[in-house]
Design a protein around this ligand. Sequence first.
Ligand code: NAD
Length: 361
Amino acid sequence: MKIAILPGDGIGTEIVAEAVKVLKALDLSLETETALVGGAAYDAYGHPLPAATLKLAQDADAILFGAVGDWKYDTLDRPLRPEQAILGLRKNLGLFANFRPAICYPQLVDASSLKRERVSGLDILIIRELTGDIYFGQPRGRRIATDGHFPGAEEAFDTMRYSRPEIERIAHVAFQAARKRKASGGAGRVTSVDKANVLETFQLWKDVVTEIGLQYPDVALDHMYVDNAAMQLVRAPKKFDVVVTGNMFGDILSDAAAMLTGSIGMLPSASLNDKGQGLYEPSHGSAPDIAGKGVANPLATILSAAMMLRFSLNQPEAAARIEQAVDKVLSQGLRTPDIYSEGTTRVGTVEMGDAVLKALG
Ligand code: NAD
């Protein structure tokens, strides 16, 4: 089993080191190879996704990714910015289905910004389409003023677009996930989030999801406008089971859902293609504000490694060992600053990784 390790920038290197440490302790025959990506790759090779890094990712069974980005690259041309690396990997590997489970650990109920009763027992799954929508639309650009009155751009535009096959395949993924969750006690419901009242793209989305839903009579389907979905996520998040939505709405809603669980530092993600190959990364970014301080929470990345073992490497027992170890360190009261509350023990990134390692048994 070959894993490409792409730590990236900022806290990416710190948190991926902890996840690799945990993976290596599992005694599986894992072959790992590390490469630069994002701003680190730009600094070394002049491109955020060098050909060698892309090839390593393409040839691997799975990719463990940290995060990319730093404010110091904000003035670069867009194709050279670190964030283009993750978009390039998603597009080149066809990673169209992004799974973001938002689970509130009982030990962290009080770290959530919502009241205990709103989030206690929360277990929802957000499925975000990842290779279409406005992030990949054409045309895109800026119109430059010609009359000399306005310096720089006068107007900018990005095109929102989805095709029927793109919506069909993500809808199938969502219905199948809801069916699987139902088999282990889930509600068996898909909520499709759109903006069909205003956008043609999302009228098509709604129509196609409805059509595909007919093939899954055992799974309930409802539709919700994205503005309402944002409100319901903080009003009554437990009413959701599986949420499926487009790239941009999913980006925003999944960050909101992250806070329900206590911290974005707790939220893993998996991005899969139709061959089961996957890229696994925490839902957060490179957090330049805390990079290098040794305080980043590595648990989202460690839990992403567990998702990798389950989804791409067919090692469900090893995945469960990691998840149980994370549960154990939380029960021991260990907390990085983002999830700290009175009466618990504050630890740094490395100490948290060490504790998970020890809890593996
Ligand atoms: P961010 O997720 O990096 O940080 C948001 C806030 O959450 C910050 O206060 C940060 O300190 C905190 N945070 C994030 N991860 C944490 C962790 N593991 N432990 C503790 N606290 C954590 O988002 P941002 O500040 O909007 O973006 C920073 C950079 O990351 C930007 O360059 C952005 O483009 C990039 N980014 C990259 C990805 C990716 O690589 N997939 C995703 C999102 C943002």
